[in-house]
Design a protein around this ligand. Structure first.
Ligand code: COA
Length: 266
């Protein structure tokens, strides 16, 4: 069933759940899904709803029409001012971080333009699958700005400093194959297969237990920003937490009995 992500019936974000997967769709196609304040707020409501819902195990984020998200809504820029721009960056960064820290895996199904804030939103997801027609870029410098929704930090972490500097300083747009080549996306598929592919990958993940999924996401997310010694200590700690779960015992029993495990999240 399709429903607005918030109580507002004209929400620019829709939210559907089927077979344990919530699909969050940015639905402002007449503006190529550009992120205005209402859209950012609705995205925050949608990811919080998916995170809190017991019937949801994983999340797909996509866009309606020919764009994933064509960036922050440029029409708000001329009147922003310094303080307004800082607040806007903080608001978007906070919402994007809710996607990145979701204990349930989030797959960006990038159906078209992922520019500026759209590329940054995709990078805040755990996995990116691109339609062959998708386009990526950080064109902010062409507008006299720098990326403000995490792009200066997540892009170099994903593709390396040199390539990130190239993309951000030139503002160039790259196609899906180039995004795959540099490691910005995990896979490129025909547009007609995009959502099915995202569902298939999430299905593989959801066959694993929710506690191990959440702890793997947390260990990678937090560990990457720690010195190696601290990061591997975090890994050992979370490895121990897994070993305290019924799911770990079930996984081992199922392997030894040559049957599929039945994880319950305990
Ligand atoms: N903010 C606000 N409106 C946007 C937008 C954005 N980031 N991106 C697209 N739109 C709007 C256009 O203004 C247009 O609205 P209109 O029909 O009311 O005039 C509509 O979406 C369609 O876009 P249009 O530019 O006509 O489509 P196109 O196919 O010619 O070009 C793009 C597509 C993506 C190349 C082009 O829209 C673009 O460059 N967008 C801005 C990308 C960007 O710089 N993002 C980073 C912002 S920090």
């Amino acid at each position: 069933m399709s429903a607005p992500a918030s109580a507002n019936a004209s929400s620019p974000v829709t939210y559907d759940v089927a077979e344990r997967i919530a699909t969050i769709t940015v639905a402002r196609p007449e503006k190529l899904n550009a992120l205005d304040g209402a859209t950012i707020t609705a995205l925050g409501d949608a990811i919080d709803r998916a995170r809190a819902s017991a019937e949801v195990g994983g999340i797909i984020l996509t866009g309606a029409g020919r764009a994933f998200v064509a960036g922050a809504d440029i029409s708000q820029f001329p009147t922003l001012g310094e303080e307004g721009a800082r607040a806007l960056a903080h608001q978007g960064q906070t919402v994007f971080r809710r996607f990145e820290t979701s204990p349930k895996p989030v797959v960006a199904a990038v159906n078209g333009f992922a520019l500026g804030g759209g590329c940054e939103l995709a990078m805040a997801c755990h996995i990116r699958i691109a339609a062959d027609v998708a386009k990526f870029g950080q064109p902010e410098l062409k507008l006299g700005l720098i990326p403000g929704y995490g792009g200066t930090q997540r892009l170099p972490r994903l593709v390396g400093k040199g390539r990130a500097l190239q993309l951000i300083l030139t503002g160039e747009t790259i196609d899906a194959q180039e995004a795959l080549r540099i490691g910005l996306v995990n896979a490129v598929v025909p547009g007609a297969e995009l959502i099915a592919t995202a569902r298939k990958w999430l299905g593989q993940m959801l066959a694993n237990g929710p506690i191990a999924l959440a702890l793997a996401i947390e260990t990678i997310d937090r560990g990457l920003d720690m010195p190696l010694e601290a990061a591997i200590a975090l890994e050992a700690d979370n490895f121990g937490r897994c070993a305290g779960t019924e799911d770990m015992r079930e996984g081992a029993r199922a392997f030894l009995a040559r049957r599929a495990p039945n994880f319950t999240g305990r």
